[in-house]
Design a protein. Structure first.
Length: 89
């Protein structure tokens, strides 16, 4: 089956076109947001969720923003716990 826009078969890339990668960074962005929220409230919950989402985005979905998301989530987790200790004492 060919497409109506040329002789290229439908669903195939023309010669020399870059291969398609991950379509978006949605999971990485959600992981970053969870890391920032973890800095403010309930770091053990939001920080761990952010870390898990960041690791899944890196290993399964190969998203470009996965490594910064993991870093932001880890900093939010540790920073939120330290901030909680400081406020509590």
């Amino acid at each position: 089956m060919t497409s109506p826009y040329g002789n290229q078969p439908a669903g195939q890339q023309p010669h020399g076109a870059p291969a398609q990668t991950a379509t978006g960074n949605a999971m990485s962005i959600v992981a970053m947001v969870m890391g920032v929220i973890a800095l403010i409230i309930v770091p053990i919950v939001f920080g761990v969720i952010g870390l898990v989402l960041g690791i899944v985005a890196k290993t399964v979905r190969h998203e470009r923003l996965a490594v910064p998301a993991i870093v932001v989530s880890a900093v939010g987790l540790v920073g939120g716990m330290l901030l909680g200790i400081l406020v509590a004492s």
